[in-house]
Design a protein around this ligand. Structure first.
Ligand code: TXA
Ligand code: MG
Length: 313
């Protein structure tokens, strides 16, 4: 999207809704977010209500620039190194500064906040215009598939909420979440920026906690991202009555089938994952069988989402 196309998007109207305490859905490079003024308790509460999200599950604070991030968090030199990935699909969990103008509900009472600077012209323009941090979880009902298009957002919220249209999201998978604690980096959620790329750029290892529980329980409720259908994973031969989500070479199959990437390209597969699951779900088959996805690079995040989607909650 270029600057002139941006002129057709009503950023000003959206900003006014947010400044008045309302919610607006907007595109980011990862998935669509459901945004509210992060300094306004009631607006933030409304996000939890609309999403039917458990109140213990904190939200990501989206900032326009690094100054805004630094006004809210204790920004270590380690964080400074990670900031090279901004704007982009990386969320950092950092200690919160004291006496800041931010709703406590955003971080569900934790002493840390999750922050990110998104890389999408609509998201950036909106935060700029509002000139306040925006709390924005993915714009889905809690536990359901994250939306990667305006149409998917509208399926969840009807015409209740203004949705800014940025077309299909480029990455299609949520941001990678890293906590920076006492000179250690901990992976809280794999996402569209791979751990390997971060490690290579900053020359440091990122730890993967064995149990992603406690604070760490980020979105990481075990069952998540679920379509209505049940998922069967690592399937190369789907059954007759199933829908099939293929990857790479397709089996002979007469039922509904979509291919995440015919060339076995993981970036393309990540981009298509949520929207294809949604489309196969619309066939109303009881089961979606899913091809094996290599567990390397972006495949790690894809498999994480598939695993959670396969657990019935
Ligand atoms: O790509 C994304 O990150 C998208 C777009 C809209 O930016 N947002 C997104 O938000 O995925 P959400 O709410 O669906 O996921 C936020 C995750 C949750 O798993 C939450 O538990 C975790 O971030 N989180 C937020 N604050 C945290 C904190 N202080 N400590 C640990 N985890 C936190
Ligand atoms: Mg989410």
């Amino acid at each position: 999207m270029n600057k002139s196309e941006l002129n057709n998007i009503n950023i000003e109207k959206a900003a006014n809704i947010i400044l008045a305490g309302g919610l607006v859905a907007f595109p980011t490079e990862t998935v669509y977010g459901l945004g509210a003024d992060a300094t306004n308790d009631e607006a933030v509460l409304e996000i939890y209500k609309k999403k039917r999200r458990p109140r213990f599950n904190p939200l990501i604070v989206h900032c326009a620039n690094i100054e805004m991030v630094k006004s809210l968090t204790q920004f270590s030199s380690l964080a400074e190194e990670l900031a090279q990935f901004w704007p982009g699909p990386l969320t950092l969990v950092l200690p919160k500064k004291e006496n800041i103008n931010l709703s406590n509900i955003v971080s569900a009472g934790l002493k840390t906040i999750a922050v990110r600077i998104p890389n999408h012209i609509i998201a950036r323009s909106l935060i700029d215009k509002v000139n306040r941090p925006l709390a924005a979880p993915s714009a889905n009902i809690s536990g359901k598939l994250s939306p990667t298009s305006k149409k998917q957002v509208e399926k969840y919220f009807n015409s209740d909420i203004l949705v800014l249209d940025g077309g299909e999201c480029e990455a299609g998978l949520e941001s990678t979440i890293i906590a920076s604690e006492e000179n250690k980096l901990i992976l809280l959620r794999s996402g569209s920026l791979t751990k390997e790329i971060i490690e290579e750029k900053i020359g440091r290892k990122i730890i993967e906690p064995e149990v992603k529980s406690k604070i760490r329980a980020p979105g990481m409720l075990k069952s998540h991202y679920a379509p209505n259908a049940k998922l069967r994973l690592n399937i190369t031969e789907p059954r007759e009555n199933e829908a099939y989500l293929a990857f790479g070479k397709e089996p002979k199959f007469s039922g509904p089938m979509l291919n995440l990437s015919k060339n076995s390209d993981l970036t393309e597969a990540a981009k298509n994952l949520f929207s294809y699951l949604d489309r196969l779900d619309e066939t109303e088959k009881e089961i979606i069988a899913v091809a094996p996805i290599p567990n390397k690079g972006l495949g790690v995040a894809i498999n994480d989402r598939l695993k959670r989607a396969s657990i019935s909650g």
